[in-house]
Structures are given as structure tokens and as C-alpha cells.
Design a protein around this ligand. Structure first.
Ligand SMILES: Nc1nc2c(ncn2[C@@H]2O[C@H](COP(=O)(O)OP(=O)(O)OP(=O)(O)O)[C@@H](O)[C@H]2O)c(=O)[nH]1
Ligand SMILES: [Mg+2]
Length: 327
């Protein structure tokens, strides 16, 4: 009992940084949905990851982004991500190593260092994409670029502090951790590193728990993932999935879900010519649900228009699981 450790690890960063992929790789299973489009994740998603005597509780978050002029959906997604910092024992700030550290990263990272009371580490992801013929050089350059940007943020924080006031920066290292979620050895090292930072504590979840989210939520997300993968650039951002029925019938699971869109013309786009698009979405979603549930699935999808749900507190709670709060 005394050797047990347990703690929360927030995965924070810009959209598409690789947060969900890294959490899934650590868990060894697909819990959070992933796509090549930014802003795929909409909620805080807990992933329970036992590592030796330590239970790491990963908190995957929506990508933080500037939300001026954007719908409430974006404001709440970003607020959800920031709120997770307060629950964490360690914050990993993820940056896509190939895109490099951007101007927004400096803004978000400064805010993070100024507000986090727990240790922070920068994690540069997707390092497997560094050009193979000159890997060493590339990796060194990536680390150096991030390192100098981090130094600059710390210098800015120090210079903006009231004279004489001590600037406490709770950064574990100014050098980023370079990893690929696609390389098992990197994932093992990352888990090991994180587990060493966790506080002594009894485990908060059972040994075989994966998340605190109900099965229905994960299934809705797996359907939504197909919207991100199969629909054009703009549409997935204003679409949601509402699971209307989830029932186990013998060896079969029956799932009925609505695809919620916010404009009439989006409905026709989701359905596609002679229903081809919705059929293809349904087929891929069913396969993904069957893999996840390890059961045969009967999936029915309906498309509903709910105008402006992306700006309504009540509908954001209903369709995206985003909390209502006073703003
Ligand atoms: N090659 C490579 N691709 C990666 C790696 N990690 C993530 N990706 C890809 O990067 C894209 C974005 O990954 P996500 O895990 O969805 O990123 P995210 O940070 O969760 O994005 P949001 O949910 O939109 O904030 C996907 O296409 C992933 O397959 C990696 O280590 N190597
Ligand atoms: Mg994500």
C-alpha cells in the first residue's frame, strides 16, 4: 500500500499536437478519438494507465486555441482544457516537433507557467517524422528551437515581474522531451518518466478501469471520429453525435444515434448523393464500434438539424457534454 503512487497528468497543447494519440499509446488501447484535423477532442477525457506500482491518470484535453469571434463551442473547449491544469499533479505541454514551436505556443505556455502550481514539462511529439537521412541533426535542431523559445518565455515572465519579486517557474526541464507515440520504446520511457513524478497515494480507480466515461460516451465519440475523417474541412466542427439508444440484445449491441448539424445544407452534405456519405460513415463507425466493444453492432444513424447548437449553453451540454457555467 505504501509503495502505491497515483496522480493526474494533464496533456495540454494546441490542436493536433498529438495529445489523444499519446494518451491512447500509453493506455495501449483507443479511448480518445484521433484525426488529422485540428480540434478533434471536445472534452476532458480521463485515461487510467497502471504502470508498475503507479496509477497514472491521464487527462486528455481539447486543443487550446484563440477563440475571439468563434462560437461558444470553441470557448468552452478551450476553457475545459485550462480547467484541467488545476486538477493535475504534472502538466505535459505538447508541441508538434515538425511544425515547431509557434507564436501561440509562447502565449499559452506563458499563461501555463504563470498559473500552474505543479511541475510542467514540454513534450515534442511526432519525432518519427524528422527526416530520416539527417535524423540526428533534425532532432538537435528541433530541441534547440523549442529550448530557446522556452528560455524566451521564462525571460519574459521574469522581466514582467514586479521588481524584487521572485519568479517561480515550475518547469522540470528547459529541454523538451522528444517522443513519438508510434514508437513503443518512446511510449514506455514516457510512461516511466511520468510515473516517477506521481505522488505517493492509494490508487483512485480500480485496477481494470479504463476511464470514468460511460460506454455510451466512448461509442458516440467513435462515431464522431468518422465525421472528422470523412467530411470536408468545415463541417465536422459544427456537427455532434447524440446516442439515442444503446442496448445489448444477446450477442448484438443496438446503437441508434443522431448526427446533429447546425445548418440545413449540412444535412444534405452528411447524407451525400443517394445516401452514399452517411452509409460510408455508418459502415466505418460500425467497424470501429465492433472492435471497441468486441461485439457485433447494429448501428442506425439519423441526421438532425439543430440550428446554432454550437452557441447554445443548453445544447452544448446536451450534444457535446460541455458543462454550463457562468461566463
Ligand atoms: N507520425 C506521427 N503522427 C502522429 C503522432 N502523434 C499524433 N500523430 C498524428 O497527428 C494527428 C493529430 O493527432 P491527435 O492525437 O488527434 O492530436 P490532438 O492533440 O489530440 O488534437 P486535438 O484533439 O484536435 O486537440 C493525427 O493524424 C495523428 O495520427 C506521432 O507520434 N507520430
Ligand atoms: Mg485530441
Amino acid at each position: 500500500m505504501q509503495n502505491k503512487k497515483c496522480g493526474y497528468v494533464a496533456l495540454l497543447g494546441q490542436p493536433n499536437a498529438g495529445k489523444s494519440t499519446l494518451m491512447n499509446a500509453c493506455l495501449g488501447t483507443k479511448l480518445a478519438v484521433v484525426s488529422a484535423k485540428p480540434q478533434t477532442t471536445r472534452n476532458r477525457i480521463l485515461g487510467v494507465c497502471p504502470t508498475g506500482d503507479t496509477q497514472i491518470l491521464f487527462l486528455d484535453t481539447p486543443g487550446i486555441h484563440k477563440t475571439a469571434g468563434l462560437p461558444k463551442l470553441n470557448v468552452k473547449m478551450t476553457a475545459t482544457a485550462w480547467s484541467v491544469v488545476g486538477d493535475a499533479d504534472l502538466v505535459c505541454y505538447l508541441v508538434d516537433s515538425i511544425d515547431g514551436w509557434a507564436a501561440e505556443d509562447s502565449i499559452f505556455f506563458k499563461k501555463l507557467l504563470a498559473t500552474s502550481s505543479v511541475p510542467v514539462i514540454v513534450v515534442a511529439t511526432k519525432i518519427d517524422k524528422a527526416k530520416s537521412e539527417i535524423v540526428e541533426k533534425n532532432v538537435m535542431e528541433i530541441a534547440a528551437q523549442i529550448n530557446s523559445c522556452v528560455d524566451e518565455v521564462i525571460a519574459q515572465l521574469s522581466s514582467s515581474a514586479v521588481e524584487g519579486a521572485e519568479v517561480k517557474v515550475n518547469l522540470l526541464s528547459r529541454i523538451p522531451m522528444l517522443i513519438s507515440a508510434k514508437r513503443p520504446a518512446d511510449v514506455v520511457n514516457f510512461r516511466q518518466f511520468v510515473s516517477e513524478q506521481m505522488p505517493v497515494s492509494p490508487w483512485l480507480y480500480s485496477a481494470d478501469d479504463l476511464t470514468d466515461r460511460p460506454q455510451q460516451f466512448v461509442c458516440g465519440e467513435l462515431i464522431r471520429e468518422q465525421l472528422f475523417r470523412q467530411l470536408g474541412q468545415e463541417l465536422p466542427y459544427s456537427a455532434a453525435i447524440k446516442v439515442e439508444r444503446f442496448e445489448n440484445k444477446g450477442r448484438l449491441t443496438v446503437i441508434q444515434a443522431s448526427v446533429i448539424v447546425h445548418k440545413d445544407n449540412h444535412k444534405a452534405m452528411v447524407i451525400g448523393a443517394r445516401g452514399a456519405r452517411i452509409k460510408s460513415i455508418g459502415q466505418a463507425a460500425r467497424e470501429s464500434l465492433e472492435k471497441h466493444l468486441e461485439r457485433q453492432v447494429h448501428l442506425e444513424l439519423f441526421v438532425k438539424v439543430q440550428s446554432n447548437w454550437i452557441d447554445s449553453d443548453n445544447l452544448l451540454a446536451e450534444y457535446a457534454g460541455l458543462e454550463k457555467w457562468e461566463e
